[in-house]
Design a protein around this ligand. Structure first.
Ligand code: HEC
Ligand code: HEC
Length: 275
């Protein structure tokens, strides 16, 4: 009987785990480098028009209609180009939270891929700025990438990508969730407190990307990473899955004891006889 109670518990735990892992694995298998937008479409006047309409609703309060910025609320975005629009929108940093945090954090974007495409096209149309870079991590050299990373990036982002605090409430974010394209863009733009690294050759950029992706995929210091979905869901899996297993084990042990007591166990007999 008790097994009937435990089984659904375990199934629920397994299902929860599967759903949580799925959530991360679902990150676009057909777009592994993270382009999200169709770069050919960015010059299309209709796409730009649609972007302008969205910008007028979602961005204008902090960046003004022509992207020139609003004193104290948001900077001039006219030189950001497609790369800048793409970096800030695909990382979910824009639209920023109201109330001027020291630095807008990475988050789930409220926009669909088409809306992101339109907004990127509009930001790119506002002035001269960098294109969305073309990346090819397979052409990179892992060892060279590791060297460049340790020399230039690890001081802020940490050797295992975890990121860390900087001064004045700012931080160098973890690089666990970043896409290949976002890495190349961050180097080109130097967002926020990050220095610009636009002097790296394409080969050096590809090598760096290859190295960061290698760390993202393989390295799990501290044990099984559970897909690195973050400490809270991972803790949830540990508690629900772990507790489920413990409960099952306890019930199983208890049941065996009961059975042994019920059976006419030869080991019990001498004790009973001696009383
Ligand atoms: C609540 C105000 C606010 C809103 C709304 C907002 N932004 Fe921003 N934006 C900012 C701030 C503040 C920064 C600087 C953020 C930082 O350094 O972390 C910024 C930075 C940017 C940058 C980079 C500029 C640079 O010089 O580094 C781009 C591009 C951008 N925003 C685009 C957008 C787009 C597109 C939208 C609409 C979808 C949007 N923003 C909505 C406040 C806002
Ligand atoms: C001085 C500290 C510093 C150094 C050195 C540095 N970064 Fe950064 N990096 C930052 C900060 C701060 C941000 C967040 C900027 C923002 O959004 O306001 C960032 C953001 C990024 C992002 C985007 C993260 C995201 O969540 O989208 C990538 C990718 C990145 N850095 C890669 C690199 C690489 C690769 C190097 C080495 C070539 C490097 N950084 C060197 C401080 C640094």
């Amino acid at each position: 009987m008790r097994r009937l109670v435990v089984l659904p518990l375990l199934l629920a735990a397994a299902f929860g785990t599967a759903v949580l892992l799925q959530g991360r694995a679902g990150a676009a298998d057909d777009d592994p480098l993270g382009y999200v937008v169709d770069r050919e479409a960015l010059d299309d006047p209709e796409v730009i028009q649609r972007g302008q309409e969205l910008f007028a609703v979602r961005c204008v309060s902090c960046h003004d209609e022509d992207g020139s910025g609003v004193e104290g609320l948001g900077p001039d975005v006219r030189g950001q180009g497609a790369a800048g629009g793409h970096y800030w929108l695909t990382s979910g940093r824009m639209p920023a939270e109201e109330g001027l945090p020291a630095q807008s954090e990475r988050k789930e974007s409220p926009f669909t891929d088409e809306e992101i495409e339109a907004l990127v096209a509009y930001v790119a149309s506002l002035g001269d700025g960098p294109e969305i870079p073309t990346v090819d991590p397979d052409a990179g050299d892992l060892a060279r990438g590791g060297e460049i990373f340790r020399l230039n990036c690890a001081a802020c982002h940490q050797a295992a990508l975890a990121g860390g605090a900087l001064s004045y409430g700012r931080n160098a974010p973890t690089l666990e969730p970043v896409t290949a394209v976002q890495i190349a863009e961050a180097l080109e733009l130097g967002p926020g407190q990050m220095p610009v690294f636009d002097y790296f050759t394409d080969e050096e950029v590809d090598s760096l990307i290859a190295y960061v992706r290698d760390l993202q995929e393989d390295d799990s210091p501290g044990g099984f990473s559970l897909g690195r979905i973050g400490p809270i869901p991972e803790g949830f899996v540990a508690i629900v899955g772990g507790m489920g297993l413990l409960v099952l084990l306890t019930v199983w042990i208890g049941k065996r004891r009961l059975q042994e007591d019920d059976d006419d166990d030869p080991r019990q007999r001498p004790v009973a006889a001696s009383q």
